[in-house]
Design a protein around this ligand. Sequence first.
Ligand code: ATR
Length: 276
Amino acid sequence: MTDKYCVIGNPIAHSKSPEIHAAFARETGQDIAYERRLAPLDGFADTVRALVAQGYRGANVTVPFKLEAAAIATRLEERARLAGAVNTLRFDGIEIVGDNTDGAGLVADIVRNAGVALAGRRVLLLGAGGAARGVVLPFLQQGPAAIVIANRTRATADALAAQFAGHAAPGQVVACGFEDIAGSGAPFDVVVNATSASLSAAMPPVPAAAFCQGTLALDMMYGKLPSPFMAFAARHGAATRDGLGMLVEQAAEAFFGWRGVRPATSAVLERMRSTL
Ligand code: ATR
């Protein structure tokens, strides 16, 4: 019998997840069906309950339900608990297991696809919202020399850094404001834009000093054209990358969690790129 999955969001029509998971299923020979599911803004929990009743095996969760998904889970993987957000649900008997594969997806895209090791490197993380929160633990697990979290609202960066004190060496995770970046050990080996600035065609006020030849600058957003952040980083010597690889890799990590099989991603990433 075909196992059923879906991606829940509002809006959801734009989601590329069905295409990605269908490609993974074909490639691995897994018998699954995967569809989009629009949940009413006040109806996320009801939607999940209906899926469980209908025998679905799991779901991906996207905007604006990632926090609610963490609340509804009966069990959370550690990386989801620390992220405070869930992008993958697994329906396992009476358990609703919440996971967060965004950070692992970003790490896979940087380390495997871009070929840039994080071990011993200096990482600058721009932003301290939901997207940034999800990547700190997976980054730390790679053993970077430092993770500097810079945010417009300094207090949010401080709180995020403090949350990981127990998972990091002293001084390994530090917070600052954008105005302090140049004095916080710049330039960096890897700079990740986890702010939502690109959504409004803006960029966070990161100084040119953050980048040098050899820096990898990655924007979590993706589109046909480079974001203002990517264009700025490229002008200052960095190699750039958008968030499409992270999207495909977080899906592969979710697929692995559901099916126990790791799909190959490069052909899927290439195809998604060609249809942007
Ligand atoms: P997400 O889930 O996408 O991370 P979020 O939790 O609302 O969304 O967080 C948005 C992040 O982008 C925050 O770090 C926010 O900074 P503040 O904490 O100061 O609000 C950041 N952000 C949004 N627009 C920005 C801009 N134009 N310049 C710099 N930072 C911006």
